[in-house]
Design a protein around this ligand. Structure first.
Ligand code: ATP
Ligand code: MG
Length: 213
């Protein structure tokens, strides 16, 4: 493909990316929430958007099926970032990754006692590194969603999940017991495309950079 292909996920990333793309003179022709199309044209003949699952964005860009993409730091850390140039923190889709446990569970005491904790999470790589650095013994249980349910159903003592307002934790009687890191979304670029299509990509990257809040 000679033009530019941009990989985006639906939902908050798409919404918060629109103004950044607009600053680069790129306006998607359709709203992916309304259309079922997975390839969406733009006002520019040489730019198209592919709609993928949030966690698949780095994969599309890594293999060059997309030249650019926007993905959360959470997703990028799990992916590993191979083959990706990450020039910009876009300061969008902000939240934090944390450890949460049922309000009645004394997490600090459990850690001090050296007990082995079962941790349910979608973020195995980040969780492994976090607990290893703290010397906490854990069994990591991989889930694909609704982590909040795991402690309530007796699957795990605690979870590692993303939190923004804390409303979902609260609704499920969970409390944040440790903050792991702040999360925002980044622009990712295929390294080979950046060399081969520099004339096309560089102005887009520069315009996006200029529009970051
Ligand atoms: P899927 O819904 O396809 O399983 P997902 O839940 O990771 O994937 P989104 O909910 O659209 O997809 O989240 C996309 C990105 O937005 C996440 O990777 C993360 O960086 C960020 N994010 C997730 N939850 C929040 C939140 N509560 N507030 C702000 N940003 C968030
Ligand atoms: Mg989601």
């Amino acid at each position: 493909m000679s033009g530019i292909t941009i990989a985006l996920s639906k939902g908050r990333i798409f919404e918060e990316t629109l103004p950044l793309l607009a600053a680069a003179g790129i306006v998607p022709a359709e709203d992916p929430e309304k259309s079922r199309k997975l390839i969406i044209g733009t006002n520019r003949d040489d730019v198209r958007v592919v709609i993928v699952r949030a966690s698949d964005v780095p994969t599309y860009v890594q293999y060059g099926a997309a030249d650019l993409g926007i993905a959360g730091k959470d997703v990028l850390l799990e992916h590993g970032g191979i083959g990706l140039y990450q020039p910009l923190d876009l300061n969008i889709a902000k939240c934090r990754m944390c450890v949460a446990a049922p309000a009645g569970f004394d997490y600090a005491a459990a850690v001090r006692s050296g007990a082995r904790l079962r941790i349910a999470t979608k973020y195995i790589a980040v969780a492994r590194e976090h607990f290893a650095a703290k010397g906490v013994h854990v069994d990591l249980i991989k889930l694909y969603g609704s982590m909040e349910l795991a402690p309530l159903a007796g699957l795990a003592e605690a979870i590692v999940d993303l939190v923004s307002s804390g409303g979902t934790l609260k609704a499920n009687n969970l409390v944040e017991v440790e903050e792991i890191m702040n999360i925002s979304s980044r622009l990712v670029v295929n390294q080979a495309a950046l060399k081969m299509k520099r004339d096309l990509l560089q102005p887009v990257i520069a315009a996006i950079e200029g529009a970051i809040k």
